[in-house]
Ligand binder design. Structure first.
Ligand SMILES: Nc1nc2c(ncn2[C@@H]2O[C@H](COP(=O)(O)OP(=O)(O)OP(=O)(O)O)[C@@H](O)[C@H]2O)c(=O)[nH]1
Ligand SMILES: [Mg+2]
Length: 630
């Protein structure tokens, strides 16, 4: 069964609630005050099964003071019934509600001329003509206009047929999308606790699902579900849904919050949008205007930062950043409405392009360029653009899921495609870090450039500390690892222990330096087990300390000399001592200081630091006062 949400729209008293009742038998006016005053104040609900469709009706108030409530109902509808009383025709809230439907891009609908019993044929025909003019050029331009009377029952059956026809033309909702339920009501039921209701606008919910409520970041669980007043295990997109939530008090919940899968998304206080001002607005929208942002079921105050323009003229579009006075949850592609602060009238609306943007300056040309690309992008390009935007930093898969709102299945498919075509690089690590090919190439060039510069500056050094380069480039560990692996495969960079160097880098010594190198090496070789300190080397060789230090460091880097505490041993001396230790193991695996001294003829001064060095090298292991040979 296909689930379709039908919304009413239209001026006060034009017969919306009566129409819903005539169709479904349900009175959607549920408040006492509504019954007393004979008007709708807040959104009401009804349902009806026709053929293969289950229609959920959202009946909205027509009163101009309750447009705010109308908006909370209008966000999730698939199909609108624009209700116009035949004896009154188009009135202010007919226009305003219709503007809202257009700005929210309600996909389909029809016009219902109510109270047909109050007019004669001629007037009805006139009303039809007026409706045709009114909807010309809009999504309702070619839609049916059905005349009905809830008093005589005229046209009700025809209307049902038209609703079924329209519903069968709507695209099925993708049930694999991420679950999302903007809350429109919350109450408690004795014995059950807190229950919220709303239209499940995407995905599905199941009893037991773990959820997070944003923007408050409250974690909860689905205890029970109801769809159209009957208990169910699962609810699907397009259903009016009541959710019994675990461990939450009513005070924590209000209209405007949204139910989402647990810990998947973040709230936001800024939205990059494409904004449109209605053609009939009397004044242009200027920089930093304070407006009421209506999105899903929420209303939030926001300032409009126009990007790439000083003002927005009636009927025109612009890219803008909305700075919200309190956080909300949104995703790219979401539609929204803006109303002026006072008087409270609908002035425009648009579409969210990026729900997690950085703060833009007024004349941020780059941001405008980027938004222009993103606004036109299909799903595949959106993924690529979001990754490209983060440049060499890249981003983990979970962040991309947050930004796009795409379900894992879709996201993985898109990424696989981009990896295959070589536009994206993905790390094998747990976080699955992503980087665009362009940034990847850029970072590679940058690493090579830095190594080149370094080798030029320090020809006697083997290379640069790996972490130092990573920090200077501002790269994530994940990304850096990926880059180094690739650079190694391409045989461009060698990474040894924590040192990076160009594969082509060799240390070229001048004849003089080469001689010094030979002298130091011979000195250390001759000293054998009786290792020298640096100061002793300087003194013995009588070489300028600055010069000696460089070559000395080079020999250590090359591991020809081994530094042990303050002493420096020649590699061969160390090898010889290790050999003796290993031989000793045949006799006993225990090694105390005295035995070690006997083996090597070393004094305590050398023996102790050496043994500690061997512990570190895992040749020996300290056990109490003795050592074990490993
Ligand atoms: N004669 C006649 N009266 C109607 C018809 N439909 C509705 N009415 C009357 O019109 C009045 C308003 O009807 P509602 O259904 O409450 O109008 P509404 O559009 O829901 O009003 P709001 O929700 O307050 O915007 C009521 O007194 C209804 O009885 C109709 O087909 N014929
Ligand atoms: Mg009503």
């Amino acid at each position: 069964m296909k689930n379709i949400i039908i919304g009413t729209a239209g001026h006060i008293d034009h017969g919306k609630t009566s129409l819903v009742k005539a169709l479904t038998g349900i009175d959607a006016d549920r408040l006492k005050e509504e019954k007393q005053r004979g008007i709708t104040i807040d959104i009401g609900f009804a349902d009806l099964v026709l053929d293969d469709f289950r229609f959920g009706f959202v009946d909205v108030p027509g009163h101009e003071r309750f447009v705010k409530n109308m908006l909370a109902g209008a966000h999730g509808i698939d199909l609108v019934m624009l209700v116009i009383a035949a004896d009154e025709a188009v009135m202010p809230q007919t226009r305003e509600h219709f503007d809202i439907c257009r700005l929210l891009q309600v996909k389909t609908g029809l016009t219902v001329l109510t109270k047909a019993d109050l007019v004669d044929e001629e007037l009805l025909e006139l009303a039809r003509e007026e409706v045709k003019d009114f909807v010309a050029g809009s999504f309702l331009a070619n839609a049916p206009i059905v005349a009905v009377s809830t008093k005589t029952g005229q046209g009700i059956e025809e209307l049902k047929k038209e609703l079924v026809k329209l519903a069968s033309q709507t695209l099925p909702k993708t049930l694999t999308a991420v679950a999302r339920l903007p809350i429109d009501r919350a109450f408690t039921i004795k014995g059950f606790g807190t229950v919220i209701t709303g239209t499940l606008t995407s995905g599905q919910l199941q009893v037991g699902d773990e959820l997070t409520i944003l923007p408050n970041k409250i974690n909860t669980k689905v205890r029970g579900l109801q769809v159209h007043n009957s208990a169910t295990e699962k609810a699907f997109a397009g259903q009016r849904t009541a959710v019994n939530l675990q461990g939450i008090s009513l005070e924590e919940i209000e209209r405007g919050q949204v139910l989402l899968p647990a810990k998947r998304f973040d709230a936001t206080s800024m939205l990059d949008v494409e904004l449109e001002l209605l053609p009939n607005v009397s004044r242009p929208l200027v920089q930093r205007t304070r407006v009421r942002l209506h999105h899903d079921t929420s209303e939030i105050m926001a300032r409009v930062i126009l990007l790439g323009g000083k003002e927005l003229l009636a009927g025109e579009k612009i890219f803008a950043q909305l700075r919200l006075e309190s956080p909300t949850f949104a995703l790219p592609g979401d539609r929204f409405i803006i109303r002026s602060y006072s008087p409270q009238i609908t002035i425009g609306g648009g579409r969210v392009i990026d729900a997690l943007p950085v703060k833009h300056r007024l004349k941020d040309v780059k941001a405008v360029d980027w938004l222009a690309k993103l606004v036109k992008a299909d799903e595949l390009t959106q993924v690529l653009l979001f990754v490209e935007m983060l440049g060499i930093k890249g981003l983990p898969l979970s962040e991309l899921a947050k930004r796009t709102g795409f379900a894992d299945e879709l996201l993985n498919k898109l990424i696989a495609q981009l990896v295959k075509t070589g536009q994206l690089i993905k790390s094998d690590s747990q976080t699955q870090h992503l980087l665009s090919k362009t940034s990847y190439e850029e970072s590679k060039t940058e690493i090579i450039k830095r190594l080149k510069d370094f080798h030029k500056r320090e020809p006697l050094q083997v290379g640069v500390n790996r972490e130092e380069i990573r920090e200077k480039l501002g790269l994530a560990t994940e990304v850096f690892k990926m880059l180094l692996e690739q650079l190694a495969i391409e045989k461009l960079v060698v990474s040894e222990r924590d040192i990076l160097r160009l594969a082509t880098h060799t240390i070229a010594l001048s004849a003089d330096d080469d001689k010094t190198k030979g002298l130091i090496e011979t000195k250390c070789k001759t000293a054998n087990f009786q290792a020298l300190t640096y100061d002793e080397l300087v003194k013995d060789l009588r070489i300028d300390s600055n010069k000696l230090r460089k070559i000395y460091q080079l020999l250590i880097n090359e591991q020809k000399l081994i530094k042990v505490a303050d002493f420096v041993f020649h590699r061969e001396a160390i090898n010889e001592i290790v050999k003796r230790i290993k031989l000793q193991k045949d006799k006993s695996s225990k090694l105390d200081v005295a035995t070690f001294k006997d083996l090597t003829g070393l004094s305590r001064k050398h023996a102790i630091p050496l043994l500690e060095y061997f512990d570190l090298q895992k040749i020996t292991r300290r056990v109490g006062n003795d050592r074990e040979i490993l």
